[in-house]
Design a binder for this molecule. Structure first.
Ligand code: SF4
Ligand code: SF4
Length: 460
């Protein structure tokens, strides 16, 4: 056979047109009550070592919380054996920090089990008329409240932190009045992006930067930015830093249509809402991935949702391709650029704090990104980024906003607060917007995203 000849089709041992038994094949449904995603292999891998329980920050401060082993493999087994088994309501006390996933030596998909069980609990057992349901739903759909607030940001900022209004929100809805509401930006990231000429403006700037760098002007460097809700409505400076840093390295940035990543919805068992948002995100990103773009998130919980939780929980066309092409913003540059070299040659703006107390979010740990900021900025002259340890910040998105969880959230965060106090720097750093809220709340420090330091060092 010549090289040009196609290989012949191998002979099939099984011809469906002629079954060798003469009987039609009947598939056997071994687990008729299981969800679409069969978690049995994961549950079977649990050998009850309890490592997950000892790594659970909620179990450490809440004696009534039975821990991840019970929430995951044990409840799953009970459900398989008892037809009328009801999910235990303690699943609502799990903060979805996902530390148990990382801790398990046997690869049990604990957070997937928790998310599935929580979704079932909310759908089938939680009263849709209860205050808890509506409080959780409003917190989980932060994007909707933030969108409304962004229409009148100054008024919203004043109203949300008006003492009597906060007192009323705690008494009627169970949203803690202990925390300051984050300020809404007077110009959202997307409004700023439009003013910069959006994708067309980015292409022009990226090309200029390629010329400056001596790269081919037509280099295929293009990314789709998933900014998430918080960078859009509250901290547009993070999104601006992302665009500036990526364009500096010659990347064309596009900012596709997007909704919430779903992170707060998973944590509150609102899987229907999460799915609706995921469908928009996957659809936007899948078209771009097909055109050669990679999806970049500046929030580590957003990158976690797109690359892990979506394929674990949903069956949406294009989801695997999007997951495989999703990266956290600094991670992507570390992979594709000589970031250390660029940082080593950079000089920092005099006005920027040179010592930072860095907290790695739990969701960054799950993606293996917990050391990247500390190692990377170790190369930056005059800057010290000190890791404040591997404890959980305690806020876990909406968890620390619930009045009945506030004290536990602060107790979990205590170790991080102490280490921040002991660190030399009096500015905090983290990639997660809600960890940033907790860091600021517990220490009074201003908190920066690593992209802001990168932008200050490389671009501004
Ligand atoms: S760490 Fe893994 S194997 Fe050990 S009890 Fe937890 S789920 Fe089971
Ligand atoms: S996700 Fe976090 S809070 Fe929930 S069970 Fe696991 S370790 Fe505990």
């Amino acid at each position: 056979m010549s090289d040009a000849e196609p290989p012949s089709e191998p002979e099939s041992a099984f011809d469906p047109a002629e079954p060798n038994t003469g009987e039609a094949f009947e598939p056997v449904d071994v687990f008729p009550d299981s969800t679409d995603f069969d978690l049995r292999p994961g549950a079977d891998s649990c050998y009850k070592c309890s490592t997950c329980d000892t790594n659970c920050p909620v179990a450490e401060v809440d004696d009534d919380f039975p821990g991840p082993k019970f929430q995951g493999p044990e409840q799953w087994r009970l459900k398989q054996h008892e037809d009328d088994y009801e999910v235990d309501d303690s699943v609502m006390d799990c903060s979805n920090c996902m530390r148990c996933d990382n801790a398990c030596p046997s690869g049990v998909p604990l957070s997937q089990m928790h998310n599935t069980a929580r979704g079932e609990y909310v759908d089938e057992q939680m009263s849709k008329l209860s205050v808890e349901y509506w409080r959780n739903r409003i917190l989980a759909n932060y994007r909707t409240s933030a969108w409304l607030a962004s229409k009148v940001p100054r008024l919203a900022n004043a109203a949300m932190n008006f003492g009597p209004a906060r007192w009323l929100m705690e008494k009627t809805m169970g949203v803690t009045s202990e925390r300051e509401f984050p300020a809404f930006a007077t110009e959202t990231f997307r409004e700023w992006w439009e003013r910069q000429g959006a994708a067309t403006g980015s292409r022009e700037r990226a090309r200029e930067n390629r010329k400056r760098r001596g790269d081919p002007v037509d280099a295929d460097k293009k990314v789709a930015y998933f900014h998430g809700c918080y960078s859009n409505y509250n901290t547009p400076e993070v999104g601006k830093a992302m665009v500036r840093v990526y364009e500096h390295f010659g990347y064309e940035v596009v900012v596709p249509e997007q909704r919430c990543s779903g992170t707060p919805m998973f944590a509150n068992g609102m899987l229907g809402d999460a799915r609706r948002h995921a469908e928009v995100n996957v659809s936007s990103m899948a078209d771009l991935v097909e055109e050669g773009y990679d999806a970049i998130a500046s929030c580590t919980s957003c990158s976690m949702a797109l690359r892990q939780e979506y394929p674990e929980l949903f069956d949406i066309e294009g989801i695997d391709e999007v997951a495989a092409h999703t990266f956290e913003s600094v991670e992507y540059l570390r992979i594709h650029e000589d970031l250390r070299g660029a940082i080593g040659a950079a000089e920092l703006d005099d006005g920027l704090e040179a010592e930072f107390a860095y907290h790695a979010p739990c969701h960054a740990r799950n993606q293996g990104l917990d050391r990247q900021a500390v190692e990377l900025f170790g190369e930056l002259d005059g800057v010290d980024v000190e890791d404040v340890g591997d404890s959980c910040s305690g806020i876990s998105g909406t968890y620390g906003w619930k009045a009945e969880k506030y004290d536990k959230s602060m107790e979990i965060g205590e170790e991080m607060f102490e280490h921040m106090d002991e660190a030399d720097g009096e500015t905090g750093m983290t990639e997660c917007p809600t960890c940033a809220m907790q860091m600021e709340h517990g220490t009074g420090y201003e908190i920066r995203h690593p992209l802001e330091l990168l932008s200050a060092a490389l671009v501004e």
